[in-house]
Design a protein around this ligand. Structure first.
Ligand code: 6GU
Length: 225
């Protein structure tokens, strides 16, 4: 999978070099490129935003600069993800859909967002026929300073679903229960007693049937909260 992210703060993406994501890049399972939006400005001040038509607070990101940055990235079979608190809320189902993609572009807006014509432009039929899709996505019902952290969240959730990214594919299989609406059961490891708190007896029993039943009950009880 190829991933591009366009941002005015490339440094936000430093954590992508860590852990499983760093390994997945070394192993060529994913290819991530971060692009600095300011590199596409042509004025002396490298300005990326301007005042909103119609008035109001805040600034809006200029469409020409986004066009310059995005045009060269727009190859056939691309999902352009525009990060905005007004978008469709990202969930595990969308993570699975996007894990099927061959190329994702994350457009990280700041200020009051990106001029609405940017999404409108790439959603036109001439792009759609090349397999270019546009989605506005939010990661939840709260407001962040910009799309960078949201892009990181999505990249982590999506790429860990790709074959070869997780060290242990069984943890993915077990997780599918979470996605079916069952929440996970509580987990314990050694020691058996920690600060007077004991591991539930059934987990020490070696009775796999009883353990599975207990875990299902616990998971269901967690789901009731
Ligand atoms: Cl994608 N962007 C911003 N600025 N705030 C958000 C968000 C995105 N998702 C939730 N809150």
């Amino acid at each position: 999978m190829k991933i591009d992210a366009v941002t005015i703060f490339p440094e936000y993406f430093a954590p992508l070099q860590l852990s499983l994501l760093g390994k997945a890049q070394e192993n060529d399972i994913i290819d991530i490129a971060i692009h600095n939006l300011r590199d596409y400005t042509e004025d002396n001040h490298h300005s990326v935003d301007d005042t909103p038509y119609g008035g109001g607070a805040g600034m809006v990101m200029k469409p020409e600069i986004w066009g310059q940055a995005l045009d060269p990235l727009m190859i056939p079979d691309t999902d352009l993800i525009i990060l905005t608190p007004a978008g469709k809320v990202f969930d595990q189902k969308m993570a699975h859909e996007l894990a099927q993609a061959s190329h994702l572009i994350f457009a990280c807006g700041r200020y009051e967002g990106i001029d609405a014509r940017v999404g409108q432009y790439y959603a036109q039929a001439s792009f759609a026929t090349q397999g270019i899709r546009v989605r506005e996505v939010s990661i939840g019902d709260y407001v962040l300073g910009g799309g960078e952290v949201a892009a990181l969240v999505m990249i982590e959730a999506i790429t860990r679903l790709l074959p070869g990214v997780l060290g242990n594919p069984e943890s993915l299989a077990e997780e599918s229960h979470v996605e079916e609406g069952f929440l996970e059961y509580p987990n314990y490891t050694k020691p058996k007693i920690w600060r007077d708190l004991e591991v539930p007896e059934v987990l020490l029993s070696g009775n796999h049937g009883a353990i599975a039943k207990w875990r299902a009950e616990q998971a269901a009880a967690r789901g009731e909260d």
